[in-house]
Design a protein around this ligand. Structure first.
Ligand SMILES: Nc1ncnc2c1ncn2[C@@H]1O[C@H](COP(=O)(O)OP(=O)(O)O)[C@@H](O)[C@H]1O
Ligand SMILES: [Mg+2]
Length: 430
């Protein structure tokens, strides 16, 4: 007989399938032999039968414990010397929680047929009387039991799969719920920060209009005085008017410059020119530039420089802007008679510039926020004029130098400390 390729595969598959395991539990060796002889060449669903043998209740228990896949047990109810059949049945169904193995009771003892209640309680699948037993009856009982075991097992595995699938689904749903929760939270956060930015922008706009209006009013009123009184006003007075007009104009220009600078920095449109420079040369220049402002405020600037200072690659006009912003803040937020300490240090990797003042300081939870656009700390917001653009500009410039900047409050008294770290070798950081 010749088989097609596909059929060979099918036969192969069947041959590899596990046999149905039949446990024969009986104390008489002869019963084992007869049973095997009757059933030996049988198969069900292409799978052969395989027999395992127990001659006592003890052995039966052992085999049941070791083999989870027993399809059928043919059980002699009264086996000599140990457990009675009934105890074994309750061991299978209750202790082992095995509801799949089919139980066929076979006994030659009259009056040992299980009662109806026992049959239902333990799900006994068949009962054979040894005295009336024929080969056909045994064969039909075992094959029916194997079929039932097969049905019950596939039903159970289907149920197990469904339970597992449901569990997966639940897990997936929970995951989905968590994801939705997380996204909603993120959305809330985004809305909150958008609202915060919006509030800061409104505050900035109202501040800005105030900032613009004051110098503008000054310019216009001094120009009007000049026009009205140019014939009978002495030169000294006219010079004062012009000086006021120039100062106010400079203030306006500085503000417009800040706005444009930040917009350019944020758009990445700033072109940097890096040259090897000593940071102290910039600090000295700014100290002398701000000396009039410091004198007016009555504060004293001390510069603690670094001996044998190395040059580092920086854009000096941008770093000058950083130093101006930090030092003018320090002067602005200090009281008359206080010192401002500017210090230059270095370590292996960085040049470190610190600006320390004895002024009002910054609330701890706002130390990061003051580097955001338009933000002024809650301590100074109502009392000082400003745009809240100096620190964000500063931070952008330092970031473009691959450096770091942050603010702290002094640990040795009032006031705040601004720290700038500039890398000595920028290339190493790219
Ligand atoms: N040295 C300082 N001491 C106390 N507060 C400071 C200091 N420097 C900055 N701040 C706080 O940070 C805010 C933002 O500073 P900045 O961006 O320079 O804007 P502006 O100076 O226009 O207010 C200031 O309004 C102030 O609240
Ligand atoms: Mg400022």
């Amino acid at each position: 007989m010749k088989f097609a390729k596909e059929e060979y595969k099918e036969i192969d598959k069947l041959a590899k399938q596990d046999p149905w395991i039949i446990l024969i539990a009986d104390d008489e060796a002869e019963v084992h032999e007869t049973t095997v002889r009757i059933l030996n060449d049988s198969s069900f669903d292409g799978r052969p039968l395989q027999f395992i043998h127990a001659y006592s209740g003890f052995e039966t228990k052992n085999l049941l414990e070791q083999n989870k896949e027993i399809a059928v047990i043919i059980l002699d109810v009264v086996m000599e010397s140990d457990d009675s059949g009934l105890q074994l049945i309750s061991f299978i169904r209750e202790e082992l929680q095995n509801s799949l193995t089919q139980i066929i009771i076979r006994t030659g003892q009259p009056g040992h047929a299980p009662e109806k209640g026992v049959i239902t309680k333990y799900n006994i699948n068949n009962y054979l009387d040894k005295l009336e037993l024929t080969a056909q009856k045994l064969f039909s009982a075992v094959i029916t039991a194997v079929r039932s075991f097969n049905l019950a097992s596939s039903l159970k595995s289907e149920i197990d799969q469904r339970i597992a699938a449901e569990k997966e689904l639940k897990k997936y749903q929970q995951g989905l719920e968590k994801l939705v929760e997380k996204r909603t939270e993120e959305l809330h956060e985004a809305v909150k920060s958008a609202e915060k930015a919006n509030r800061a922008k409104s505050e900035f706009l109202s501040n800005m209009s105030h900032e613009f209006r004051t110098p503008m009013t000054g310019i216009l009123s001094f120009a009007t005085f000049g026009i009205e009184k140019y014939l009978d006003t002495d030169r000294e007075k006219l010079l004062r008017y012009f000086t006021k007009i120039r100062d106010s104009g400079q203030r306006l220009l500085a503000m417009v410059n800040d706005l444009l600078d930040l917009a350019k920095l944020e758009a990445g449109k700033v072109v940097y020119e890096f040259y090897d420079t000593k940071v102290s040369s910039i600090v000295n220049m700014i100290i002398s530039e701000l000396s009039a402002f410091a004198k007016e405020k009555g504060v004293n600037i001390i510069f603690d420089s670094l001996p044998d200072e190395a040059k580092i690659s920086i854009d000096s006009s941008k770093i000058a802007q950083v130093v101006i912003n930090l030092m003018s803040n320090a002067i602005k937020f200090s009281e008359s008679g206080q010192d401002i300490l500017v210090k230059l240090e270095d370590d292996e990797k960085y040049m470190i510039l610190t600006v320390k003042d004895r002024g009002c300081g910054v609330p701890e939870d706002e130390l990061d926020g003051i580097f955001d656009k338009y933000i002024q700390s809650s301590k100074t917001k109502s009392t000082t004029i400003g745009t809240g653009l100096g620190l964000p500009i500063t931070k952008n410039i330092i970031n473009d130098h691959k450096g770091k900047i942050w603010a702290e409050n002094n640990s040795d008294g009032p006031g705040s400390l601004f720290v700038v770290k500039l890398p000595k070798k920028m290339t190493a950081f790219f």
